[in-house]
Design a protein around this ligand. Structure first.
Ligand code: ADP
Ligand code: ADP
Ligand code: MG
Length: 670
């Protein structure tokens, strides 16, 4: 058949991604959208758009009949499901088949077997694929979960059979954790997937997550497109991915690839699919699951193979034969993907919502052997709603080597401007300069072990502090030049005519001496070094692009009173530029002390109070669970930070909460 019009049963970046390729292929596109997505990017990119219901996914994107009605209304002859939502839903594929609409994905049997973690484990075992040891029995009660956990042996992983996106999964090291983990995994599975089947397997400690991309057509051809490594995860959710893996030997790659193809063939797989494994230190690998859909991190494979996976999926669905053989697949260079999430890395990565007051990603380009790609579903002025996953973009780089791809990623992150909501760019920027990441010494526990107390801006080495100071003086100099043109009185300010500055940064004062300056350059001496800056930067630009001592650099800036807030890589500082006299006076000022909120439980994110475990008068202990707040489909347990007595509970289950709402007030014994 030829496909003429594709309806994309998804939203966000993946809907935009599919539309892009369909357009290139000359195929018409139909978007579907919920109330919250009325003004979304995917809606404006598609040729047509159909409204399918209210904002919660359960009332729109997850309703099969609404998608079918939208197909009928627009005459779409094929559906691409993206990832998540209905992408691994066999009933959806069946309904489409019945309506004679092509499903751009595998056949129904493959979805049924592989779309389910329990069924796929059993199947893989039969196909002689190594699986994670454990049990495929359904867990129906906390007691049964505890019993099974003991049989499997701690630590165990308690998992939702229908799970995805790292949700509905809990590690347990003892009986208490197994009982609690079972309850949490089950309720999360129920609310995220509408399916609360739970099973238990062995938790493999410190493995690497490495997965194989396969591609199969309807004619029995199946190949693998190398691997992706996704070990940089937080709460079992991928954050940074790369292709190839820095760990696999050529022999292991081949073994994993061949097993994946064998598994795919055993289910008569067609379309693009991913076989996920965890790999231990000795290159032993264990099958985790097969994702019967396009994977979030598919761009890194596209970048190293030059193959457009969406195009292949569409051609396969149309019945075409694969145009390449295994021997044609070559790995070219290295690709990295950073998932940009709307979350606050400084507040335990809690989801963030609101309006994107600015959104300016780095320019997509291929330049000097380096590719910058940014798959996104948002735009400046758009809204990040609480209803969906918090991923807003996937920033990818490709270069001849891993080192160059990482350096390109660090630079690209430095140029990525987002404001209005919190986001994880500072965190990913910090990862990009972590020595263990740089050397490829990683595992799935990397983030948990390297950032045990959460994330904060990195401490500044002296050289970075001096660079920040130099940039601030450059900016200030530009402002002064502007002012001296428009205001007569300003021209007589003392520090205009002097070359001396005092830079206040991180609470201390640094002397800086301007050695020379022109419109687009400035040479400054501070911390016993000379910094020569060249930049076309002009007032109002939130990004300083230029050269520092001959190296291209990017600094994000926002003006504050008497100075600038500057961000660069994993560093941030407020930098004030003072004259000698101002600095003398400044040293005499008292620092403001932040108000004490340690006797309050503040809501860390907008969301809904799912349950509250305490009432006034309760005595709570450090670490005790106080309540559960649900936001962006995640249940977040808020715990007591110290022993205290509950004085007041201000909300009840079901209430909607804003950030910093006082949920509980305590009395704390001294
Ligand atoms: P992968 O296994 O492909 O690496 P994940 O499992 O991390 O990807 O993420 C897939 C998950 O993304 C889905 O299970 C779903 O929770 C979520 N998701 C679904 N649709 C979207 C979307 N349009 N934008 C962002 N996230 C989505
Ligand atoms: P999802 O469908 O959410 O992607 P997976 O089964 O693929 O679920 O697991 C996601 C991640 O959780 C893995 O990449 C890995 O880091 C971790 N994980 C899952 N199962 C295990 C296990 N048995 N032992 C150790 N880590 C695991
Ligand atoms: Mg997975």
């Amino acid at each position: 058949m030829t496909i003429q019009k594709i309806l994309i049963a998804n939203r966000g970046e993946i809907a935009c991604r599919v539309i892009k390729t369909a357009k290139l292929m000359g195929i018409k596109t139909v978007a579907v959208y919920s109330d919250a997505d009325k003004n979304s990017l995917h809606v404006s990119m598609a040729d047509e758009a159909v409204h399918i219901g209210a904002s919660p996914a359960s009332e729109s994107y997850l309703i099969i009949d609404k998608i079918l009605a939208a197909c009928e209304q627009t005459g779409a002859d094929a559906v691409h499901p993206g990832y998540g939502f209905l992408s691994e839903n066999a009933a959806f594929a069946k309904a489409l088949a019945k309506a004679n609409i092509a499903f751009i994905g595998p056949n129904i049997e493959a979805i049924e077997v592989m779309g389910d973690k329990i069924a796929s484990k059993l199947f893989a075992e039969q196909a002689n694929v190594d699986i994670v040891p454990g049990n495929t029995e359904l867990m129906l009660s906390a007691e049964q979960a505890v019993k099974t956990a003991n049989q499997v042996g701690y630590p165990v992983m308690i998992k939702a059979s229908a799970g995805g996106g790292g949700k509905g999964m809990r590690v347990a090291y003892n009986d208490a954790e197994a009982a609690q983990g079972f309850a949490l995994a089950r309720s999360e599975a129920k609310s995220s997937f509408g399916d609360d089947r739970i099973f238990i397997e062995k938790f493999i400690e410190d493995p690497r997550h490495i997965e194989i991309q396969v591609l199969a057509d309807k004619h029995g051809n199946c190949i693998y497109l190398a691997e992706r490594e996704c070990s940089i995860q937080r709460r079992n959710q991928k954050v940074v991915e790369e292709a190839p893996s820095s760990f696999l030997t050529e022999a292991t790659r081949k073994k994993m690839g061949e097993q994946s193809v064998a598994l795919a063939k055993a289910v008569n797989y067609e379309s693009a699919g991913t076989v996920e494994f965890i790999v231990d230190k000795n290159q032993n690998f264990y099958f985790l699951e097969m994702n019967t859909r396009l994977q979030v991190e598919h761009p890194v494979t596209e970048l190293i193979t030059g193959i457009d996976l969406v195009e292949q999926m569409i051609n396969i669905a149309a019945g075409d034969e694969l145009k390449f053989k295994q021997a044609d697949i070559k790995i070219d260079g290295w690709a990295i993907e950073s998932r940009i999430y709307a979350e606050d890395p400084f507040r335990n990565f809690l989801p963030s919502t609101g309006r994107l007051t600015s959104y300016a990603p780095p320019k997509e380009q291929v330049n000097d052997g380096i590719t910058i790609r940014n798959d996104t579903g948002v735009y400046a002025g758009g809204e990040i709603a609480i209803y969906y996953d918090p991923m807003i973009a996937k920033l990818c780089t490709h270069a001849p080597t891993r080192t160059a791809a990482i350096a390109a990623m660090a630079d690209a992150l430095d140029q990525f401007i987002i404001s209005g909501i919190s986001h994880n760019i500072p965190f990913v920027a910090s990862l990009m300069q972590h020595p263990d990441w740089l050397s490829g010494d990683i595992s799935t526990s990397f983030i948990a072990t390297q950032y045990p107390d959460g994330f904060d801006w990195a401490d500044m080495p002296i050289d970075i502090e001096a660079q920040f100071s130099a940039i601030a003086v450059f900016l200030d100099h530009k402002f002064n030049r502007r002012k001296s043109h428009i205001s007569v009185s300003n021209r007589h300010k003392i520090y205009q005519t002097s070359d001396q500055r005092v830079v206040k940064i991180n609470g201390h004062y640094i002397d800086a001496q301007i050695e020379s300056s022109a419109d687009t350059s400035l040479s400054i001496r501070c911390q016993e070094q000379t910094y020569s800056l060249i930049s076309e930067w002009d007032l109002g630009n939130p990004l300083w692009v230029g050269n520092v001592n001959g190296t291209a650099k990017y600094f994000k800036i926002s003006p504050i009173l008497n100075g600038f807030e500057i961000e660069h890589k994993a560093y941030k500082a407020s930098v004030h530029i003072l004259s000698k006299r101002e600095a003398e006076l400044d040293r005499l000022m008292l620092e403001k002390v932040a108000p004490d909120t340690s006797n309050l439980l503040l809501c860390p994110m907008p969301g809904m109070l799912n349950s509250i475990n305490v009432i006034a008068g309760d005595v709570v202990d450090i670490g005790q669970a106080l309540c559960v707040v649900e936001a962006m489909k995640m249940e977040n347990i808020l715990v007591a930070e110290k022993a205290a007595t509950v004085k007041l509970v201000n909300f009840k289950a079901g209430d909607n909460l804003k950030i910093d709402d006082v949920i509980v007030e305590f009395e704390i014994a001294d």
